[in-house]
Design a protein around this ligand. Structure first.
Ligand code: ADP
Ligand code: MG
Length: 356
């Protein structure tokens, strides 16, 4: 009998992780507080009060970025920022990073140095130190970073913990990184068609392109919360798109939620991009990934402690039987499709190649 062959596309990224996790089994380590399944793993140190959080994220050429459109210095910054974002999403401070670099022969020493200038800038911005790694030859540029962060155990905020009645809140604005990607893909196409004569005018899209190429982890937000005595019940960063992350919070917390699409903050430039492509900007805001903003469940009695300019209330948590729903700007209430960006699930076109 031949071995079964299930294409990974059939189970998707999260389905695959579930099956691999089942092989590892339940961890028996009493110091492990959170293993697979949150933004970062959490384990206790011998003093019993301090915990470390640990997370890894990779950026691969042709999957996450196109070298034609990505300055090496930006790439270095982004590689650190996306990892710091997962540490921040546990409400912890980043401390140390290691990096594994796979370098194809087309990368020069000078390009690697430019990449490290970006790494250094991000390490300075977020207060962490790169302490080692590994370097190997590869067929395409591969970057994998691990970041360790630190917190007191009682400061950690998980994906679970949201309760019916909590407010669903988000920092910053959404959909801009996806809008930036749309513009960059359009530019790449024009460059390919028109060759070196092509003179791009990216000035009207500065903000969205920056959101795509140079995302920021919201360490500033969790530090501000600490100052104000704010402690959300549940927290996640938005890497795969708002809809997908709302589903994660609800599944882990055993809740439902209602999202008000009209309340989702969207930058003017993001609207301009959606108009340019004759697309619905709500789709960008709900399903566009890589904004790295924070999504959190706030008990209403903490509302007044927050700076009102630093976040938006975009919905509320409900009992589980309500499911996860969205109220469209026209007023209809419909189930919210979780389909954010999932590796292996997308159509194999050029655009999907550069998401996630
Ligand atoms: P995020 O989008 O926050 O980076 P992911 O969706 O990548 O989170 O991962 C979800 C969870 O699955 C995390 O706890 C992560 O550590 C874990 N995970 C991802 N890939 C693997 C793998 N191949 N083996 C074990 N755990 C994994
Ligand atoms: Mg995350």
């Amino acid at each position: 009998m031949s071995e079964p062959f299930t294409p990974i596309r059939e189970v998707g990224e999260f389905g695959l992780i579930d099956r691999l996790q089942a092989i590892l089994g339940e961890p028996a380590d009493p110091d492990l507080i959170m293993g697979i399944g949150d933004d970062a793993a959490v384990y206790r140190l011998p003093d019993q009060e301090t915990v470390h959080v640990i997370t890894s994220d990779a950026l691969l050429e042709g999957v996450h970025f196109d070298r034609l459109m990505t300055p090496m210095e930006h790439l270095g910054y982004k590689a650190i920022a996306v990892n710091v974002s997962d540490v921040v999403a546990m409400n912890a401070e980043p401390r140390y990073a290691t990096i594994t670099l796979g370098l194809p022969s087309k990368i020069s020493v000078e390009m690697a140095e430019a990449f490290y200038r970006g790494i250094r800038r991000a390490c300075e911005a977020y207060g962490l130190t790169l302490v080692g790694g590994d370097t190997t030859a590869a067929h395409a540029l591969c970057i994998s970073i691990t970041v360790v962060g630190e917190a007191r155990l009682d400061e950690i905020i998980f994906r679970r913990g949201a309760r019916p009645g909590d407010l669903l809140c988000v920092t910053g604005d959404l959909g801009a990184a996806y809008a930036g990607l749309k513009i960059l893909l359009e530019e790449r196409k024009a460059l390919k068609e028109e060759g070196l004569n092509y003179k791009p005018d990216l000035e009207p899209f500065r903000y969205v392109i920056q959101r795509q190429l140079l995302p920021q982890a919201r360490l500033d937000v969790i530090r501000d919360w600490r100052q104000r005595g704010v402690r959300p019940h549940a927290l996640i960063d938005i890497s795969d798109g708002l809809a997908s992350e709302v589903h994660h919070l609800c599944r882990h917390s055993g809740c439902g939620a209602l999202v008000h699409a009209a309340a989702i903050p969207v930058a003017l430039e993001t609207r301009d991009v959606a108009d340019r492509f004759a697309e619905d900007v709500d789709t960008y805001a709900l399903f566009g990934g890589e904004d790295y903003e924070l999504l959190f469940a706030l008990p209403p009695d903490q509302l007044e402690r927050l700076d009102p300019l630093s976040f938006n209330v975009i919905g509320e948590f409900l009992p589980a039987e309500h499911g996860v729903q969205v109220q469209t700007p026209e007023g209809a209430v419909i189930p919210l499709d979780p389909a954010g960006y999932q590796h292996f699930r997308q159509e194999e076109d050029g655009e999907a190649d550069l998401l996630g």
